[in-house]
Design a protein around this ligand. Structure first.
Ligand code: MLT
Ligand code: ZN
Length: 455
């Protein structure tokens, strides 16, 4: 789309000329998603420094019908945060205000540009923690994780991002500010705007701040990495451990092939004495050492192979490397089709077994990589070696998911990558409600118009 010089001038008047970046060499990073699969271009990256500036910028954009893509740390994986149709990028990075932690009713208000890692350190300084964590923590922002309702590693204990929200401040498409940051745990005063905006992928409003609950920071934490000879036994054991292990926070799945790939990428040895077909990483945290109780459950589980245990921060992080190293190691193989899905627990092992042949059927030269948050039913299906523009792989995997009553997006969102398959999970009646909400909140259709329902 073309944006008139007058509109750019009006935006620059709000944020200052230095915060309107138009040089393509400087905006290239904002126009390419993390995987490299989604690449666009923009007339300008606009960097407001306050909620008031976001409001004034949106008022200008709405008046001039300028499409806007809100952007946080640009760690999204479904092409939902990059300007694929020449939209203006609204970077929220400068909204990095950290409020005072309330330790009595554990919560804090933070700007949407604060990174997850910064929020973790801020909460830790008050002896608390934030319940959402994920590998992209150093770049992913609170605003971005709200826009996508990010899940990550600790959903089985603390829930997804929506479950952390006690209040939200956001700017509507026409520049009006909606703010409800009082943070009361019980607050039944009408529609839950925080819940609605969370997961709306920047299509309904631009989140500028949030009040989030904080959780206890436990003094003892243990990680175990366990090898299994077959995927089915690994997955069934993992699902049992989500309730059998006290204080369990994470139950993650990787395959032998995925671990080999991480070892190659990082030039590190295999994690266990033998190579296993599947591995489960389990982490527990408590105020007393959870190691013995955790070890008792693991060793009593039929089919368990080698086990490595990490208690110190260094040992734990060594074991996590084999899980968290997957995303980068897969990207080194080639541009991945990233299909992030949830299956009902009873269907999970069968799906993991069957999905590689479903992919091979439509893309014989492609390679399927499987890993993820198996404790909550979420598996990341990554496919390399298929043309980035060839959607037959996506189609085969997402139809298999729907046929088995799963969700085509567990935590990454719909973005542009999955919008053509949304009707696999959502009925015509639901989609018409979505469309009505979108046109009520954004009648000119300027907010991230090409994701979720649009385009
Ligand atoms: C993860 O679980 O590591 C993230 O969702 C990123 C990814 O799927 O690659
Ligand atoms: Zn994930």
């Amino acid at each position: 789309m073309t944006v008139s010089p007058q509109a750019i001038d009006a935006i620059a008047e709000v944020v200052g000329r230095g915060h309107v970046v138009t040089d393509p060499a400087m905006t290239a990073g904002n126009c390419t998603d993390w995987t490299g699969r989604f690449v666009g271009q923009t007339p300008a990256v606009v960097r407001p420094g306050s909620t008031g500036e976001v409001a004034a910028v949106l008022e200008v954009c709405n008046r001039h019908r300028i499409a806007v893509v809100p952007q946080g740390g640009n760690t999204g994986l479904v092409g939902g945060g990059v300007p694929l149709a020449g939209e203006v990028v609204l970077s929220l990075a400068r909204l990095n205000h950290l409020g005072v932690v309330d330790a009595v009713q554990p919560a804090v208000t933070v700007g949407s540009g604060v990174t997850l890692a910064t929020l973790h350190s801020h909460a830790a300084a008050s002896g608390l923690a934030y319940g959402v964590d994920l590998a992209a923590r150093d770049s992913a922002t609170i605003g971005g994780t709200i826009a996508t309702n990010a899940g990550g590693l600790r959903v089985i204990r603390w829930g997804d991002t929506r479950a952390q929200l006690l209040g939200i401040e956001a700017v509507l498409a026409d520049g009006r500010v909606v703010s409800h940051l009082g943070g009361l745990v019980k607050d039944n005063t009408g529609y839950d705007l925080a819940g609605l905006l969370c997961g709306s992928e920047g299509t309904l409003a631009v989140v500028t701040a949030a009040r989030v609950r904080l959780v206890p920071r436990h003094s003892h934490r243990t990680v175990a990495l366990v090898g299994f000879a077959d995927v089915g036994t690994a997955v069934q054991s993992a699902l049992r451990w989500t309730t059998a292990i006290g204080g369990v926070e994470a139950v993650e799945f990787v395959t032998g092939a995925g671990v080999d790939l991480v070892c190659d990428a990082q030039a590190i040895p295999l994690p266990l004495p033998a190579r296993w077909a599947a591995y489960i990483l389990v982490e527990a945290a408590a105020d007393t050492d959870p190691t013995d109780a955790m070890a008792a459950v693991i060793t009593a589980t039929p089919g368990v192979g080698d086990v490595a245990v990490g208690r110190t921060a260094g040992e734990r992080s060594r074991l996590w490397t084999y899980r968290e190293g997957h995303t980068e190691a897969i990207n080194r193989v080639g541009l991945p089709h990233k299909l992030d899905v949830t299956l009902p627990h009873a269907a999970l092992a069968g799906f993991i077994n069957d999905v590689p042949s479903a992919v091979e059927h439509v893309a014989p030269n492609a390679r399927t990589w499987l890993f993820g948050h198996v404790g909550d039913g979420n598996v990341h299906v990554n496919v390399t070696g298929a043309d980035p523009d060839d959607n037959s792989v996506d189609d085969a995997v997402l139809r298999l998911v729907a046929a088995r009553h799963g969700s085509i997006s567990a935590e990454h969102g719909i973005g542009t990558a999955k919008k053509q398959w949304l009707s696999l999970n959502r009925s015509p009646a639901e989609l018409s409600v979505f469309a009505a909400i979108k046109s009520a909140l954004d009648p000119e259709g300027i907010l991230n118009p090409n994701v979720l329902l649009g385009g």
